[in-house]
Design a protein around this ligand. Structure first.
Ligand code: ADP
Ligand code: MG
Length: 174
């Protein structure tokens, strides 16, 4: 599981723009169809960017939880949502700073062929940057607008449907 990528492996990046929390949740539901069991997905973005909001949709997509039941695990660190096919682990490492603290979470025990680890602030630990299978970056563009980039290795070519919905990134800072 989470075999990571060869150094320099190419990623396929799809960029979306959303204009409300609802739209982001809806996008999460669509992205769920592109996530595979036995993987680690990093969600990156500032506080309030919309990581947890997107995960609401991902959990709905897997029939693992209703959006309103998905809340931030900032203090509990891990939330578990059981779907019929697999279990989603929603992990927030914002308050986890040392290797020792990380070890107490025993995240290795959660990984397996029937689980997906959705991690907020996973990039704080080099290990997860290396081991991630997919990455979602959310940027606050102002107001309720968010730019959401979904990347996964190019070896997986099932992004056709998503690409059709792609919003070209024409931001001034792109
Ligand atoms: P994070 O987990 O990245 O810290 P949250 O998902 O908890 O962020 O919070 C995002 C906040 O921004 C929520 O209050 C949400 O309602 C609001 N919001 C406004 N517009 C959007 C949008 N387009 N996408 C996601 N969240 C949005
Ligand atoms: Mg969050």
């Amino acid at each position: 599981m989470a075999n990571g990528q060869e150094p320099g492996a190419a990623f396929h990046i799809t960029v979306f723009t959303t204009h409300s929390a609802e739209e982001t949740t809806k996008l999460g539901k669509q992205l769920a169809t592109h996530l595979k069991p036995g993987t680690i997905v990093l969600l990156r973005g500032d506080l309030g960017a919309g990581k947890t909001t997107l995960i609401k949709g991902i959990a709905e997509g897997f029939h693992a939880a209703a959006a309103e039941d998905v809340t931030s695990p900032t203090f509990t660190l891990i939330h578990e949502y059981r779907g019929s096919r697999l279990t989603l682990y929603h992990i927030d490492l914002y308050r986890v700073d040392t290797q020792r603290e990380l070890d107490t979470l025993a995240l290795d025990d959660l990984m397996g062929p029937e689980s997906i680890l959705l991690m907020e602030w996973g990039e704080k630990f080099e290990r997860f940057v290396r081991e991630k299978d997919a990455e979602i970056v959310i940027e606050h563009l102002g107001g309720d607008e968010r730019r959401i980039s979904f990347s996964k290795p190019t070896t997986e070519t099932d992004l056709g449907e998503l690409s059709a919905r792609k919003h070209e990134d024409k931001g001034p800072d792109s």
